[in-house]
Design a binder for this molecule. Structure first.
Ligand SMILES: Cc1cc2nc3c(=O)[nH]c(=O)nc-3n(C[C@H](O)[C@H](O)[C@H](O)COP(=O)(O)OP(=O)(O)OC[C@H]3O[C@@H](n4cnc5c(N)ncnc54)[C@H](O)[C@@H]3O)c2cc1C
Length: 385
């Protein structure tokens, strides 16, 4: 049985300075009306102008090489920035996927021309990306995708199929699509899948928004009808799409967006409840903070592993699974603690934030891998299956 790895490393001076710089920037933005805090801000809080402001600050594409518009900084610096943005409830959804995973995939598998053309605008916060993995019959069972790409004699690809739930596709410039390029090898359906970097303005692509429980449209269905793609749209190696996709999941699952989504609500509630908590309330808040502290420590360890070139998929599954539970516990605990306070004494936006977050809560344990699937991954690492 392999153990879980979460290397520890104390923050250095540069990190501490960066954290206070980001905090002052966010305070200033809020004071100037640059944004209103939202829960779930990395999925439903798209604000391209705000993303461009972060790009100007040098806080997007932070770990990418400077020659492609990045800033050559360590993964822990990016973690500091993302933590502060999420804790403040800043509207980061527009650039989130490009900055978190699409840029890294292009860096690893893209052509030199793609890196030069696409990465600088992603780092500037002016070009966005979406994830094209799920299909109506392929979610947890991702190898069941039926979107197909076939190569013509002239080397171009023709794509047909349907992706669903792609967050931000309606405002994105690119989507990395997982498609079948050849038949499965008997029962091994992971064979014959490939990734494509698809410009979303290509003729034959139709994107339709899907309204969620909270009433907002942030994810989409995307149809591909005989979409003609150039030969270099194939990202990486033909047939290696499954492995490339799995490589993305450590970055997709391990970050602070898996445990800080409802943090803005906890913070506002604690301001209102200051001096009014009984012993049980204090213990409940202490428990939440202890969990959040552990998750931060684990997420920090994963950032270091990714920096070293490791792919800590199982550790990431653990962070997401535990983090989703803490996000739920925060909402339940805040609701219980606030019951002691007349609504007229709640801070202005707290009620609306709480309602909105409650409607979005069911999606936390679906997006990025369901609880059952993550527990299966963790169980395998423990040697239980
Ligand atoms: C807000 C949101 C944003 C999303 N954004 C994106 C995106 O940008 N791009 C993208 O490609 N997808 C996205 N998704 C889709 C997401 O990845 C899928 O919803 C998820 O993988 C689950 O797939 P499914 O919805 O088909 O559910 P299913 O796979 O049908 O699962 C339904 C239930 O059955 C359980 N189940 C399934 N298989 C097993 C098993 N083998 N063992 C035990 N239990 C099992 C699941 O745990 C779940 O409880 C998003 C989803 C949400 C909610």
């Amino acid at each position: 049985m392999q153990r879980f790895r979460f290397p520890a490393d104390a923050p250095d001076e540069e990190e501490l300075a960066l954290r206070s710089e980001v905090r002052s920037f966010l305070q200033q933005q809020r004071n100037n009306g640059g944004f209103t805090p939202c829960a779930d801000c990395w999925v439903s809080g798209a604000n391209p102008a705000f993303s461009a402001r972060l790009g100007e600050q040098g806080w997007l594409g932070m770990t990418w090489p400077k020659q492609y518009g990045g800033h050559g900084r360590p993964a822990l610096h990016r973690l500091v920035v993302t933590e502060e943005l999420l804790a403040a409830g800043a509207p980061v959804a527009a650039h989130w996927v490009a900055d978190r995973q699409t840029g890294a995939q292009i860096l690893r598998f893209g052509t030199e021309a793609q890196k030069q053309e696409i990465l600088p605008s992603m780092a500037a916060g002016t070009s966005f990306a979406a994830i094209g993995m799920s299909e109506p019959q392929a979610g947890s069972d991702l190898a069941a995708v039926v979107t197909r790409a076939t190569q013509n004699a002239d080397g171009n690809w023709i794509m047909n199929g349907r992706k669903i739930w792609s967050t931000g596709a309606h405002i994105s410039d690119y989507m990395i699509v997982l498609a079948r390029t050849s038949a499965a090898d008997g029962r091994n359906r992971q064979v014959g899948l490939s990734q494509f970097l698809v410009p979303l303005k290509t003729p034959g692509i139709e994107i339709t928004g899907i309204r969620d429980l909270a009433g907002s449209i942030h994810f989409n269905e995307t149809l591909f009808d005989n979409v003609k793609l150039s030969a270099d749209a194939l990202l990486g190696t033909e047939g290696n799409g499954w492995a490339q996709c799995m490589g993305e999941l450590a970055t997709e699952r391990s970050g602070p967006e898996r445990y800080l989504t409802t943090f803005v609500i906890l913070e506002q509630a604690l301001l209102a409840l200051r001096g009014r908590l009984d012993d049980h309330g204090v213990a409940a808040v202490g428990r939440l903070i202890a969990h959040l502290t552990s998750l931060r420590r684990m997420s920090r360890g994963i950032a270091q592993l990714i920096q070293r070139g490791d792919s800590p998929d199982t550790e990431a599954a653990l962070v997401k699974q535990m983090g989703n539970r803490v996000e739920r516990d925060i909402l339940n605990e805040v609701r219980r603690l606030l019951a002691t306070l007349p609504r007229s004494q709640w801070p202005g936006s707290l009620s609306a934030l709480l309602d909105d977050a409650t409607l979005r809560l069911p999606s936390h344990t679906l997006r990025g891998g369901t609880t059952e699937i993550l527990r299966g991954i963790i169980a395998r690492q423990l040697g239980l299956r």
